[in-house]
Design a protein around this ligand. Structure first.
Ligand SMILES: [Zn+2]
Ligand SMILES: [Zn+2]
Length: 262
């Protein structure tokens, strides 16, 4: 059986990514109500009761909102690094001690191997994830103000990559946000622009990545078509063909993406 991936939700109103293999089912982040996450899992024809683990990228509410309730309701362990546990503890309610799991360098859930790597965001210890299954690799990088060597090296050789394409810089500058928030979004510890995403994607696609999904699009400072076109034009400038060629697709804040199998 192949690895199934679906972005259930992606954006500042909530994030949850679904991964299933023959004998493991995990979600990365649970940033909406437990009810909405469970409903979307049912909508894609899967069973929320089969979730083996929830992995958290960082403590912002759009990544943890439903984690506590799902852990309590369905008896699911939550994995996060030590600093993230400290930061999210007051927000997610009581978690049974056997469901509190501190991330190791390398965590095994059934036939999945999960590794985290550091990203650049204004949280206590934010991470992206690599998920390995047989000879396949899936990488998730959202909520990062920039990409550096660590991030690039971590996601190279992925078969499928979900990467943040948060905003158009000009739209942020002319947009409605107060200046302090504009500075945060545009800064090194904020969110990644469409253009930066395009540059990062061109690096990984040249090394063989065939499926790229754009994630965590801003509602106020982006449009799906703009994110797609900006990234596509950067890839074309680099002589990389898109659809057909690399499969470039979007994820959504209010519904699931296509289901991908790798
Ligand atoms: Zn976020
Ligand atoms: Zn965040």
């Amino acid at each position: 059986m192949k690895l199934k991936f679906c972005s259930l939700y992606s954006g500042s109103s909530g994030n949850c990514q679904y991964i299933k293999t023959k004998n493991a089912t995990i979600i990365i982040d649970a940033g909406l109500s437990g009810k909405r996450i469970q409903q979307e899992i049912v909508n894609i024809g899967e069973d929320p009761k089969k979730i083996d683990a929830i992995f958290i990228t960082h403590e912002h509410i759009d990544h943890i909102q439903g984690a506590g309730i799902m852990s309590r309701r369905l008896n699911i362990p939550i994995y996060a690094n030590e600093k993230t546990w400290e930061a999210m503890n007051p927000c997610i309610g009581d978690i049974k001690s056997h469901n509190i799991k501190v991330l190791d360098d390398c965590t095994q859930i059934g036939d999945l191997t999960i590794k985290s790597f550091d990203i650049s965001h204004d949280a206590v210890h934010p991470v992206g994830y690599n998920i390995f299954y047989e000879n396949k690799k899936l990488s998730l990088v959202t909520d990062t103000g920039c990409f550096n060597g660590t991030i690039t090296n971590s996601i190279i050789d992925s078969d499928l990559l979900l990467v943040e394409s948060n905003h158009d810089e000009d739209l942020v500058i002319i947009g409605p946000y107060p200046w302090s928030l504009k500075r945060r979004v545009l800064g090194e510890f904020g969110h990644m622009s469409n253009e930066a995403a395009g540059r990062l994607i061109s690096k990984v696609v040249k090394r063989g990545t065939e499926i790229v999904l754009l994630g965590h699009l801003s509602k106020e400072n982006n449009f799906p078509e703009l994110a797609y076109k900006t990234v596509e034009s950067i890839l074309l400038e680099e002589f990389i063909d898109v659809n057909p060629g690399v499969c470039l697709d979007l994820t959504y804040r209010d519904r699931s993406s296509k289901v991908y199998e790798i």
